[in-house]
Design a protein around this ligand. Structure first.
Ligand code: SF4
Length: 332
C-alpha cells in the first residue's frame, strides 16, 4: 500500500536576521502520512505563528525543509527534476486564502482558466479547452454560462473562491493544499465552499490538506486533524475525538474558545490563549502559557498515544514513570 504524501521529521528554521537575533523555528519535526488509496481531508490547525503557512509553502515546493524529507509518491520533492517536477506541480495544487489575489482584474475568467490548460498542454483544441473549463466549473457548483466571459469584479467572493477550486481541478490534482480558503469569504458562503471541497474529495478522489485557525470548519470538513503550536505538533488524530475530547492543554483551550457555547468569547480572547508566549527554549513550546506545566516540561515531550487514533505531546499522558525520570535527569 503506497503513500501519496509522507513528511518525515520535517523542520524549517529561518535564520536570524538584523531584526531578530534568534533563529525562528517555524516547523519542528513534523511527520504525517496520506495514503494513496484513501483520499481524505486532513486539517492542520493552529493560531497565527503556528507554522501552518510554512507547511503550505513546503508542500508546494516554494521553500525547502531545513531537515527531514517530504516524500511524494515515493520521491523526495526536493530532488524532483524534469517530468517528475512538472507532474508534481500539476498534481499538487493550492487554493489560497484571498480569492481576489489570483485574479487579474483586466482578464476574464476564461483567461484565468486557460493559463493552466496551456501551461500543462492539457487540451487538444479550443473546443476541448472550453469543455474542460465547463466541466471544472460545473464540478464546483457553478453554471459555466453565468461565469465564462465575465470579469472578476462582476463575481461574488464565493464565486471567485469556487473558480479558484475549479482552476485547481482542471489539472486533475491528487492533492489540494487549501490554505484558509474560507477565512476571507462571507460567513453565508463558507458552508458552500466547504461542501465543494468535500465533494472534490469524495467524487474526484482528491486528498486535501485543509489549513485553518478555525476548529469549527475543521470539525465539519475533516477526517483527521493535526494541531500545531509554534511549529510543533501538540495533538493529532481523528477530528471527532480531538475536538470532542481534546487531550492536550493547548487543544483544550482552543476548543474552549470556540464561539459556539458562548458567543461573546472569541478566538484569542481566552485568558490563557491571550497570555503572552515566552521564548521556546527546547522544552514544551506551550510551557509558558500552560496552567499545568511541571519541571519535566522543560524538556521536549514526545507524542504519547492517548487513545486509538489520538496522540498528544504532553507529559500529562506519560504513564511510564521512567520517561519522566529520564527527561528530568536531562535537566540536572
Ligand atoms: Fe503543559 Fe507540560 Fe503538557 Fe506542555 S508538556 S502542555 S507544559 S503539561
Amino acid at each position: 500500500m503506497s503513500n501519496l504524501l509522507e513528511l518525515r521529521n520535517v523542520s524549517k528554521v529561518y535564520q536570524r536576521g538584523l531584526i531578530s537575533p534568534h533563529a525562528n523555528i517555524a516547523l519542528r519535526d513534523m511527520s504525517l502520512t496520506l495514503r494513496e488509496d484513501e483520499p481524505t481531508i486532513m486539517t492542520v490547525a493552529g493560531e497565527s505563528g503556528s507554522g501552518k503557512t510554512t507547511l503550505a509553502m513546503l508542500l508546494l515546493g516554494f521553500i525547502t525543509p531545513t531537515t527531514g524529507e517530504i516524500i511524494y509518491r515515493g520521491k523526495n520533492i526536493v530532488s524532483l527534476t524534469g517530468k517528475d517536477r512538472l507532474a508534481y506541480r500539476r498534481e499538487v495544487q493550492a487554493v489560497f486564502q484571498d480569492p481576489f489575489a489570483v485574479f487579474n482584474p483586466f482578464y476574464t475568467v476564461d483567461h484565468l482558466l486557460t493559463v493552466p490548460i496551456k501551461r500543462f498542454k492539457l487540451a487538444k483544441s479550443k473546443a476541448d479547452a472550453r469543455n474542460r473549463m465547463e466541466e471544472a466549473l460545473t464540478a464546483v457548483g457553478l453554471r459555466p454560462e453565468d461565469i465564462l466571459g465575465r470579469f472578476p469584479h462582476q463575481l461574488s467572493g464565493g464565486q471567485r473562491q469556487r473558480i479558484n477550486v475549479a482552476r485547481a481541478l482542471l489539472l486533475k490534482p491528487r492533492l489540494l493544499i487549501a490554505d484558509e480558503p474560507v477565512s476571507m469569504v462571507d460567513a453565508s458562503l463558507r458552508a458552500n465552499i466547504l461542501e465543494t471541497l468535500r465533494n472534490l474529495q469524495r467524487d474526484h478522489g482528491v486528498s486535501i490538506i485543509y489549513i485553518t485557525h478555525d476548529l469549527t470548519t475543521a470539525y465539519h470538513i475533516a477526517k483527521s486533524i493535526i494541531v500545531l503550536y509554534r511549529g510543533a505538533v501538540m495533538e493529532a488524530g481523528d477530528v471527532d475525538r480531538v475536538i470532542k475530547s481534546p487531550q492536550h492543554p493547548y487543544t483544550q483551550l482552543l476548543v474552549d474558545s470556540i464561539p459556539w457555547p458562548n458567543l461573546d468569547q472569541r478566538w484569542g480572547e481566552h485568558p490563557i490563549i491571550a497570555r503572552e508566549a515566552g521564548r521556546a527554549d527546547g522544552g514544551c513550546p506551550f510551557r509558558s502559557r500552560c496552567p499545568m506545566a511541571m519541571d519535566v516540561c522543560a524538556t521536549r515531550p514526545p507524542l504519547f498515544q492517548v487513545k486509538p487514533n489520538q496522540a498528544a505531546a504532553c507529559y500529562l499522558h506519560a504513564e511510564q514513570p521512567e520517561i519522566i525520570a529520564e527527561r528530568l535527569s536531562e535537566l540536572l
